[in-house]
Design a protein around this ligand. Sequence first.
Ligand code: ZN
Length: 276
Amino acid sequence: MAEMNKSNALKLFHDLYENDKSKTIWISSPFGYRTNPFTKQKEFHNGVDYSAQGKSVPCYAIEDGTVLNCGTDVSGAKFVYVYFPRLGMVGLYYHLASINVKKNQKVNANTKIGMLGKTGNATGIHLHFSWFKYADYPKSMNSRTYYDYNTYQFPSDKIGTPVKRDENVDQIEVIATVLNGRKTPSLKGERLGYVNVGIYNIIGKAEADNYTWYEIEKDLWIAYNKDWETLLPKKENEVEKLKKELEAEKKKNEALNKQVLTLQDTMNQINKLSKI
Ligand SMILES: [Zn+2]
């Protein structure tokens, strides 16, 4: 039996409890070459078969997507095709007992696609799940390139593109791996995902919800805390630094001159008084 990638399976079956045997999901037939149980011929199995103790449990959309098509094919199998645009992939849910969605319906990770069944040519209740690129969707079933959903590597949902250290601009370095990026500078702002570790240019600054917020890309804000970020202020350029020092000296001199004048004044007063 194939080693099951639990995190991938969990996206299809929310009720995947390790300690509840009645709800345990396993792979009853892996992706790849196998002997067809009906024809006894070696053939390519273009999906992963998931079983749940022979029970008809619900299966779900993996993430945000659209139902491309659903219905019953010539073999009597109930099927649903769902397109997941972030991944550029299509999932085919096959052998369903019932279908819970409609064509063109928008779905998300909480949308129940249907119940596991054995419609069509199936020996028992299970989900056959095929996984292929959206570009292959218009092709015939046999000319598509299929991928093993069980070993599919989901792209990271991290956001932000770090830049190189530049001493001429104010920058901030994200050091925590689970720092939320938000669309607006507020704890209530829409969460866009975790920000990639690395250095970013500071393009905006705001105060809200007891945090100083930094905009590190257009409409991407992070709440500052020294535990998860380091500020990298721009290095002052030498000429500007000398100008500032000169300015400070001038001010000091002016203040001293004023003091001298005040002292002279006082002396004059004293002199006047002493003549009386
Ligand atoms: Zn199958």
